[in-house]
Design a protein around this ligand. Structure first.
Ligand SMILES: [Zn+2]
Length: 329
């Protein structure tokens, strides 16, 4: 992975203009300084052949730090696959252990709770030595999906986050989504780690005030929806004479919305939440349709809302260019 940071460049004075150049793996960055001391940057792709030029992704994270990610050589593909697999294994491990034990312990069998040998658990045969229970097919799906997502980020890094942070945020979202789909819960511990992560990344992307305002807006808007949803659910179930109710939204969704607010900052969180709510509505219709035709529908069947919230964040963090092009901006 080639990454060039223009701040390392040597300077070379020429009359009243200062020009810095350096040939990176896939990019040359030229810094110009005019008579007034204003600095501007230019970046050029170094790739000689046309097909290499197409594979060279040059993008700017912001005006101060132009970066270049060049498609690495064949040898690195195995490293990227290994990274993706490792991330998938980590998401699986956290989703297996944390919701059950409420802390990170050694890997265990979900049926008899006996400890699983590490190689058996991570690689093969993924089967309990005591009772013969196999690990769920989710472990394979998560690992294959993680490898695919890391390869995607390596070929086309997030225009907002870049490759390393892009992979880190996807890992976090992966943990949230897998646990929410399986347990209908967004754990406080996971939200707390997300708050640190979101604050750190938000600070780097937007600065202090927009990050904090984004976080507070995400949290409080979802809190309003949460109260509105629970009042609505209570009213309906009282009218129907039913005593059991599930909350339409869980409080974990409120926390997650705060985390996404920190990541997106103000005012992008407003667009993020709008996308999440639209997507959440579509998911709910699809979900209720499936529950109804399979005969498992009951009033206020709990629908995991975490994946919809994450979708809003992903669209704005990873598909921002496509979204702006679509909106004609
Ligand atoms: Zn077992």
């Amino acid at each position: 992975m080639g990454e060039v940071d223009h701040r390392d460049l040597r300077s070379d004075s020429r009359n009243d203009a200062l020009q810095n150049t350096r040939e990176g793996i896939g990019e040359t960055i030229i810094c110009h300084q005019n008579n007034k001391g204003e600095i501007s940057h230019e970046s050029h792709c170094n790739c000689k052949k046309e097909n290499e030029q197409q594979s060279c992704k040059v993008f700017k994270q912001d005006k101060a730090t132009p970066r270049c990610y060049n498609l690495p050589m064949i040898g690195n593909i195995s490293l990227i696959v290994l990274l993706g697999w490792g991330i998938g294994a980590l998401i699986n491990y956290i989703a297996d252990v944390l919701p059950v034990k409420r802390r990170l312990t050694v890997q265990f069998c979900p049926v008899c709770e006996s400890r699983l040998p590490l190689f058996n658990y991570l690689v093969w045969p993924r089967k309990c030595t005591q009772c013969g229970t196999r690990r769920s097919w989710r472990s394979w799906i998560v690992e294959v999906t993680s490898i695919a997502l890391v390869i995607w980020q390596w070929i086309e890094p997030s225009p907002v986050l870049g490759f390393p942070l892009g992979v880190l945020v996807l890992t976090y979202f992966g943990i949230v989504v897998v646990i929410d789909l399986e347990h209908r819960i967004i754990m406080h511990a996971v939200s707390l780690i997300g708050a640190f992560l979101g604050f750190g990344i938000g600070l780097r992307l937007h600065g202090l005030v927009p990050t904090l305002v984004g976080g507070v807006a995400g949290f409080s808007l979802m809190l309003l929806l949460y109260y509105f949803g629970s009042v609505f659910a209570r009213t309906i179930s009282r009218r129907r004479g039913s005593s059991s109710i599930d909350e339409a939204l869980g409080f974990g969704d409120v926390n997650l919305s705060g985390v996404i607010g920190l990541l997106l900052g103000w005012p992008a969180i407003l667009l993020g939440l709008t996308i999440s709510i639209l997507f959440g509505g579509l998911t709910a219709i699809l979900f209720l349709f499936i529950l109804t035709i399979t005969g498992r529908y009951r009033l206020f069947s709990a629908i995991p809302y975490g994946p919809s919230l994450v979708t809003g964040g992903i669209i704005l963090l990873y598909f921002k260019d496509y979204l702006l092009a679509y909106l004609g901006n």
